[in-house]
Design a protein around this ligand. Structure first.
Ligand code: NAD
Ligand code: UD1
Length: 342
């Protein structure tokens, strides 16, 4: 049985990926410093998967905290989710973002080299494509100028991995560029649990639908799209999780080097369409108004999914309706998010 180290494994995408890996027969070890997640996630993973996963409370930037994971386990592959990801926060805390996201990757790859672990799946983002009207984005689309420090950290981490791949030919790396991950596990036990007021669309709609927030502001109704609101490629987090399993399988059976894959559905959904689908899922209207555009937003973003389909055999299957109903199920079962660690 292959053992996969999941850094950031108690976070939103990491925890759902742990479930998918376990279901596919992988042995999973989790490392997370709990800076943006809670130990309650481990209890919920136990309920869903019927077992405890080996967990290390470790900061991936600190070699002394991460090394025991490699020393005490025979790791075959790593999925590196650990990182800070809030776009707005990255603008006010660039030092923290560059320091955390860059150093965690440096420390991790250093340990992988020393312990001869050479398969790495990395969480990147469609944000690296920057502003372009040329959609869908293919993996060959030019990388753009990012509009915030978070985006630049992804851009830089990708470049670091391309350089590592040239210098250390034994490495097999998959860079996964996620489009817009949303939704929750079907059990309603796990989902996205943002701190404070959410910035992203689905968590915000969920809170308005649940009555914790008063009104959704739709950022811009005058874009050059059919209904005037932005189009995004929302992908169900369980589809995304399954994409990681495909990527791990791909690395195990393919040549060394670096490969980039978009993970999306290939379909653009407008903000208004997303709101309507959510209204259907929760059974009532969502209080909303059209406001000004949000700086940095692009009108349209969706993935070309051809490469992932062809090489990974990955195709997202869950619909926007399923994304909304799983979010709503998670919201109603956990109106205040997960309980805090004591
Ligand atoms: P998340 O914040 O829910 O999960 C990240 C986890 O990493 C958290 O549990 C946090 O505690 C942990 N972490 C952060 N820094 C760490 C460190 N130095 N050492 C150990 N653990 C650390 O975020 P997510 O939405 O699950 O995102 C996972 C990854 O995917 C991130 O790298 C993110 O940038 C990337 N990504 C996310 C999205 C999205 O929309 N959620 C889109 C594109 C890319
Ligand atoms: C954002 C980030 C991106 C990151 C991604 C993670 C920006 C500019 N981009 O992408 O770097 O990788 O999250 O998921 O922040 N919207 C509203 N009202 C709201 C919230 C959002 O109308 O209250 C709209 C936005 O204008 C956008 C769409 O909903 O058109 C999706 O927004 P969001 O969920 O924040 O994702 P992105 O902006 O695509």
């Amino acid at each position: 049985m292959s053992t996969v180290l999941v850094t950031g494994g108690t976070g939103f995408i990491g925890s759902h990926t742990v479930i998918a890996l376990d279901k596919s027969g992988f042995d999973v070890v989790i490392a997370d410093n709990l800076s943006n997640s809670k130990t309650e996630v481990l209890k919920r993973l136990h309920t869903i998967c019927g077992k405890d996963f080996r967990f290390y409370k470790a900061d991936c930037c600190k070699r002394e905290e991460l090394e025991p994971v490699f020393r005490e386990n025979k790791i075959d592959a790593v999925i590196h989710f650990a990182g800070l990801k809030a776009v707005g926060e990255s603008v006010s805390k660039p030092l923290e973002y560059y320091s955390n996201n860059i150093n965690s990757l440096l420390t991790l790859v250093g340990l992988m080299k020393d312990y001869k672990v050479d398969e790495l799946v990395f969480s990147s983002s469609a944000t690296v494509y920057g502003e372009s009207e040329d959609v869908p984005f293919t993996e060959e689309s030019p990388l753009g100028m990012c509009t915030n420090p978070y985006g630049w950290t992804k851009w830089m981490q990708e470049q670091m991995l391309r350089d590592f791949s040239k210098a250390y030919p034994e490495f097999k790396i998959a860079l996964l560029r996620y489009f817009n991950p949303v939704g929750a596990h079907e059990s309603g036990l796990l989902g996205e649990d943002p701190r404070g007021i959410p910035n992203n669309l689905f968590p915000y709609i969920s809170k308005v639908a649940g009555g914790t927030l008063e009104k959704l502001t739709i950022f811009g109704g005058d874009y050059d799209t059919e209904d005037g609101t932005c189009l995004r490629d929302y992908i169900h987090v369980m589809d995304l999780a399954e994409g990681h399993v495909k990527a791990i399988n791909y690395l195990a059976t393919n040549d060394t080097g670096i490969n980039v894959f978009n993970l999306g559905t290939g379909k653009g959904t407008s903000v208004l369409e997303a709101v309507r689908a959510f209204e259907k899922a929760c059974g009532h209207e969502i209080n909303k108004e059209i406001g000004p555009r949000r700086p940095g937003d692009i009108a349209v973003s969706y993935a070309s999914t051809e490469k992932a389909e062809k090489l990974l055999g990955f195709k997202a299957t869950r619909t926007v309706e399923e994304m909304c109903s799983s979010c709503w199920n998670w919201q109603t079962k956990n109106p205040d998010g997960l309980p805090d660690d004591n």
